[in-house]
Design a protein around this ligand. Structure first.
Ligand SMILES: Nc1ncnc2c1ncn2[C@@H]1O[C@H](COP(=O)(O)OP(=O)(O)OP(=O)(O)O)[C@@H](O)[C@H]1O
Ligand SMILES: [Mg+2]
Length: 282
């Protein structure tokens, strides 16, 4: 989440800021051939990211359009988190383009903080502020980053906390909540910023199994309501049933992408078949 600095993400955010200047000039790369019509909210073209000698993203062409729900799946270590973090510039890409409504946000002079504030992020580990209660967790970013008056921010936060079923816990501190409740607060916090799209990085994989359902239910409702979502997940049934599209990452690229039902029922690439078969078996 771009606007409310999340604990634990400060270091790489600073790194991204520091490396901003060096990566400002980027060569043009061909767009992805198979895209739905209309301009995407966010698009990546030829997105690359290396850590030292290690190239993690080797040219990712990706787009999410208004109202779309896209799931990103792939083996552990395939670069899914790195990809999401490059999309909202928590990590600075090594090469390629990130376009926001067609404008390259990596270009020199682009107001990166404004772009970041338009994309929300929900993390595996919630990243709530442990010293703040539930309501204040959902207010602070709105006031500090979006400049909203506190009263308006509180009202908005209460509305989104009700939406995720957490309105009765506004005075609770995160340590008093279950994992599923914390994640629902984190979702309300992200929604309170009223982002144009919400990115989820394995929002249920830190949860005890009995709490996965309550978070997926909230996410399913958000998808139904038309929120634009990019979801990195290992919850294959959820990805199949809720997403419009699925992108399978392997070897630093999107190895296969298509309508969710098609990718899950009849994957075309051998490596997608292998990944899904392993998943079904496991
Ligand atoms: N800040 C970093 N510095 C060095 N290497 C990194 C950094 N972040 C990620 N990596 C490496 O990039 C690779 C991809 O990591 P990433 O976390 O993006 O994978 P992932 O697909 O999200 O995996 P998982 O499903 O386990 O979350 C890994 O080999 C990881 O060690
Ligand atoms: Mg990850």
């Amino acid at each position: 989440m771009a606007a409310a600095p999340a604990p634990g993400d400060q270091t790489s955010r600073d790194d991204a800021d520091r490396s901003a200047e060096g990566a400002a000039s980027v060569a043009g790369v061909d767009p992805s051939p198979a895209e739905p019509p209309g301009q995407p909210i966010v698009e990546t073209r030829g997105l690359r990211k290396s850590f030292g000698e290690n190239e993690i993203l080797a040219g990712i062409d990706f787009a999410v359009h208004p109202g779309e729900v896209v799931s990103v799946i792939g083996a552990s270590g395939s670069g899914k988190s790195t990809f999401l973090r490059c999309v909202n510039l928590l990590e600075w890409p090594s090469a390629g383009q990130v376009l926001y409504h067609g404008q390259d946000v990596l270009a020199r002079g682009y107001d990166v903080s404004r772009f970041r504030a338009r994309l929300g992020m929900v993390f595996q580990q919630f990243n709530l502020f442990n010293n703040l209660n539930v309501l204040d967790n959902c207010v602070i970013g709105q006031v500090r980053a979006a400049g909203r008056p506190t009263s308006e921010a509180r009202e908005r936060a209460l509305g989104y906390l009700a939406k995720v079923g957490m309105e009765r816990y506004v005075r609770a501190k995160p340590r008093q909540l279950s994992g599923g409740q914390k994640q629902r607060v984190a979702i309300a916090r992200a929604l309170s910023m009223e982002p144009e799209a919400l990115l989820f990085d394995e929002p249920t994989s830190a949860l005890d199994p009995e709490m996965v359902g309550e978070v997926l239910a909230v996410m399913g409702e958000l998808a139904e309501s038309g929120l634009t979502m990019v979801i990195v997940t290992h919850e294959m049934a959820f990805a199949r049933d809720v997403s419009d599209r699925v992108a399978f990452m392997d070897g630093g690229v999107i190895a296969e992408e298509g309508p969710a039902q098609a990718v899950f029922s009849a994957p075309e690439q051998a490596r997608t078949k292998e990944f899904l078969a392993r998943f079904h078996a496991g």
